[in-house]
Ligand binder design. Structure first.
Ligand SMILES: C[S@@+](CC[C@H](N)C(=O)[O-])C[C@H]1O[C@@H](n2cnc3c(N)ncnc32)[C@H](O)[C@@H]1O
Length: 392
């Protein structure tokens, strides 16, 4: 393909990702003239005095030089650098990665790959980006202590506010692809203080276009009571909180099941209820992963990993959530994993989503076989969710 066309397409992707806050970085490499001092240029968004600028780091043999440009000028600079100095560019966004490759003959390619990081970029686009949940006149966020009485995000609550927005975005993306009944029900298992429950209700009731009811299930009566009082103040008529357990609470139907940071096997109990209720969507952000950790005892080369405590813990997390994803798949769900928010803000960072594609009364034997092989490799006898579903 023609160099100019691909270069323009790359510049457009760069501009678009900057505009919608998904830009992570752009790297320019493979210099045209070997004698040039400049080896690479790294470009990333930075917040400078409430404005988002693009910071260029020009890497030379022995030093780095940085300059900041507004978006329009940045695009011009990248254009010049790609025309005169570098042949390749890698664009990383939280939705996809792109590689631009060219040669001295003027041939070029633009390739797209899955995003290597889905974490929300760390720069703040508050001034440029319309957030799904706004602070202005937001009664529930004030009642929950996120905002001051004059609708400003309280000091120390900025990350919470960002997390709330990111979460709503993530759930909305998944719900847009779900086949839900005309009037649907959402259960939020282990709803706690309800930050995310309220925000999701707020956003969906204004934007989703289908009526729904939402129920928060919470073990601690004081929290359920408090959240009900906030729901009344916010005028959220179809949102209510009940005191009860994830395992035992009575719910008429569950079309969308959500469980965020429900401890250890409480996440499994939630997934179990979702599968049994035939929920169209199951979204969980797991918390601690103790149940599997006690069992991990590989009798093979994986021992090299699990002899270190920290690695064993990380392995347990990955393994537990992979097993959950496989179990969901076995019961007819298409699963995906996304980073909830950058790990700097919380280590409990994974959102596992299942979108029901088939109604199954028994698990898919081919997936069960894959699950069993994985467990065997790590010396795992059982996973709590398998037991609940009587798969073992
Ligand atoms: C870490 S908090 C998370 C709260 C909320 N989902 C969030 O992400 O902000 C977990 C909550 O789940 C509740 N919980 C834990 N196990 C539960 C169970 N088996 N049934 C109902 N609630 C449970 C706890 O009381 C706690 O409020």
């Amino acid at each position: 393909m023609y160099f100019e066309e691909n270069k323009t397409a790359l510049l457009n992707l760069f501009t678009e990702s900057f505009g919608n806050s998904t830009l992570i970085k752009l790297t320019l490499s493979n210099k045209r003239a070997k004698a040039s001092d400049l080896n690479n240029v790294f470009i990333r968004p930075v917040a400078i005095k409430e404005q988002i600028m693009l910071q260029f780091t020009y890497r030379e043999e022995t030093r780095d030089i940085t300059s900041n440009y507004p978006a329009e000028e940045a695009v011009k600079q990248i254009d010049l650098l790609l025309t005169g100095t570098f042949m390749n560019a890698d664009l990383f966004t939280s939705t996809a990665d792109y590689t631009f490759l060219s040669n001295k003959k003027g041939n070029s390619k633009l390739l797209k790959k899955a995003a290597s990081s889905t974490a929300l970029p760390l720069y703040r686009h508050d001034k440029l980006k319309h957030r799904l949940i706004s602070a202005e006149n937001n009664v529930y966020l004030r009642e929950l202590g996120v905002l001051t009485n004059d609708w400003k995000v309280k000091a120390g609550m900025e990350d919470k506010f960002r997390q709330i927005n990111r979460y709503v975005e993530l759930v909305e993306d998944v719900l847009r692809n779900a086949a839900l009944p005309d009037r649907f029900s959402i259960a939020d298992m282990g709803s706690g203080k309800g930050y995310l429950t309220f925000a999701l209700y707020d956003h969906l009731s204004r934007n989703y276009g289908k009526p729904f009811t939402m129920t928060g299930v919470e073990l601690r009566p004081a929290l359920a009571e408090f959240c009900n009082s906030v729901a009344v103040k916010a005028g959220f008529e179809n949102l209510n909180f009940i005191t009860g357990s994830i395992e035992g609470s009575e719910l008429k139907s569950i079309d969308v099941l959500i469980a965020l940071h429900a401890c250890d096997t409480a996440t499994d109990e939630a997934i179990y209820r979702g599968i049994r209720a035939g929920a169209g969507v199951i979204m969980v952000a797991p918390c601690c992963h103790k149940q599997i950790r006690k069992q991990i005892s590989p009798q093979n080369v994986l021992k090299e990993i699990t002899r270190y405590g920290i690695f064993e813990e990380r392995q347990a997390e990955t393994l537990t959530d992979t097993i959950r994803a496989l179990i969901l798949e076995a019961w007819g769900y298409k699963t995906s994993v996304a980073e909830f928010i950058a790990t700097e803000h919380t280590p409990k960072n994974i959102m596992l989503s299942g979108l029901r594609k088939k109604i199954r009364t028994t698990p898919d034997p081919a997936v069960v076989k894959r699950l069993s092989e994985l467990k065997q490799l790590f010396g795992i006898h059982y996973h709590h969710l398998e037991q609940l579903l009587k798969m073992d």
